[in-house]
Design a protein around this ligand. Sequence first.
Ligand code: ADP
Ligand code: MG
Length: 256
Amino acid sequence: MQRHRQRRRRAAMLLEVTGLHVRYGRTHAVKAVDLHVAEGEIVTVLGANGAGKTSLLRALHGAVKPAGGSIRFAGDDLTAQSSAERVTRGMMLVPEGRQIFVSMSVHENLLMGAYLRRDGDWARDLKSVYDRFPNLAERRDMPASVLSGGEQQMLAIGRALVSRPRLVMLDEPSLGLSPLFVNNLFNLIKELNRDGISILLVEQNTAMALEVASRGYVLELGSLVLEGGADALAGNAALAEAYLGDHAAKPEPDAA
Ligand SMILES: Nc1ncnc2c1ncn2[C@@H]1O[C@H](COP(=O)(O)OP(=O)(O)O)[C@@H](O)[C@H]1O
Ligand SMILES: [Mg+2]
């Protein structure tokens, strides 16, 4: 039974995005993007600042209405569905900048994740979040403002987990974290995936993202310019140069 379920899971397509466009007035932020995540996969979307990564995730979450294209999840077309419906079906976004409620307690923040659960059965998931993150359990009744940046990111992810997602979409989760926390975070992403959660990971930390992902896509100015296996992308030196370079952080050519 278990083996049978595993086999089906590997084959099943969880997220299928076809010809997606996002526009803000004259800004065409996402242009005809096709991507997919199979059940059980970690897939990364890479791209420099302004490439359209957040816009893509916001469209998948339902926070912005796509100007075209379709979003299928677990076989159903959710393009016209609300964010709430998408969360209920198992798509969860951990937004850029965490977006936790700093004046609310850790516990209250986690309860927000239970809010859209259709079944009333979130107590077990809440407990498993506290088991997974002892730091959050210790600070359960403290305002979220007392947490470090790394702990706030754990809280944002914990809040997502309380909704028992099938797909977690993470928007630059490593941004602003110390190297130690970045390591913890990527270990956590692998752990969640081993527990059966599919992951769509938006990152500017290309090397780390390609280490945990099996496949990746590269966005430039709203368009997909490259896609492939993580190893192939990681070995593609031109990729880093052309599309992902944090030019501000690079030494001048003649200084190298
Ligand atoms: N709410 C908005 N209104 C108008 N333009 C926006 C808005 N959000 C993003 N943009 C523009 O869309 C483009 C893509 O932005 P974004 O999706 O945030 O990229 P990334 O997450 O890759 O940095 C940028 O040109 C940005 O200025
Ligand atoms: Mg962004």
